[in-house]
Write a protein that binds this ligand. Structure first.
Ligand code: PEP
Length: 247
């Protein structure tokens, strides 16, 4: 299983970051899971450059620009150079801060051009009885992939993260049955966008209030390849038991 730990801006001191990195290294030695850490940018450089472990690192976002006179931006290339191998793109918190589907598509292209594996976040704000949320998710995926070559499309990991489930507790997360349905739907959308039979090989993750209490049931959904973890990834005991539940 792929476990992506999105630290967001929860971790603000180096000692805490060091403890979380050390814990992740220990956890990944003991299990088959691949842990990918997405720390705030300054910490990423500190840890990823000297990293020799199985743990991998991800940017939480990349600039929509290719660099130059853009104060405050960190480009995909910068993240690669700092030791990242993945980049989260289109997270709902970035979309809420102004990233449109078009901006997400640009960021995706920059991540791919820098040879980072993009983790494209998609997900509806709320569910309606008419199934409009399905069309919404389809549109998010299709717009993001539209300008990419077939080869590039195959490198994109899709993280289904419904906004209604983010930042709550295990009781508010998606049910295993609904997750199974949604992962199949994402693969169906991908089957129309990826060449040949590659949709079955694409990695599809789920994110939104995954905690030790629900991760094992969600992981039983055969078609899900892993999880994007927010708040539970920065609480050491919680993250340790979540990863152990997956082992
Ligand atoms: C997220 O925001 O990507 C996320 C999964 O957060 P949480 O686990 O806190 O719901």
């Amino acid at each position: 299983m792929l476990v992506v730990a999105n630290w967001k801006a929860y971790v603000e001191n180096l000692e805490k970051a060091e403890r979380l990195v050390a814990l992740s290294k220990r956890l990944s030695r003991a299990a088959d899971n691949l842990i990918v850490l997405a720390p705030p940018a300054p910490f990423l450089g500190t840890f990823a450059l000297k990293n020799k472990s199985k743990v991998a690192f991800s940017a939480q976002d990349v600039s929509k620009t290719p660099g130059g006179a853009v104060t405050g931006e960190a480009t995909a290339q910068t993240y690669l150079s700092a030791g990242a191998s993945y980049a989260i793109v289109g997270h709902s918190e970035r979309r809420a801060a102004g990233d449109t589907d078009a901006v997400v598509a640009e960021k995706l292209a920059h991540a791919l051009a820098a040879d980072l594996t993009p983790i494209l976040c998609v997900g509806e704000r709320e569910r309606d009885h008419d199934g409009r949320y399905l069309a919404f998710v389809r549109e998010e995926i299709a717009t993001a992939l539209a300008a990419l070559t077939p080869k590039e499309r195959m490198r994109v990991i899709v993280a289904y993260e419904p906004l209604w489930a983010i930042g709550k507790t295990a009781e508010s997360a998606i049910s295993p049955d609904d997750l199974a349905e949604m992962v199949l739907y994402v693969r169906k959308v991908l089957s129309e966008l990826l060449p040949g039979k590659n949709a079955s090989r694409a990695l599809v993750l789920y994110g939104g209030s995954v905690e030790p209490e629900n991760v094992r049931d969600l992981a039983r959904v055969a078609s899900v390849d892993g999880f994007l973890i927010g708040h539970a990834s920065v609480d050491e005991p919680m993250f340790a038991s979540l990863v152990k539940e997956l082992s």
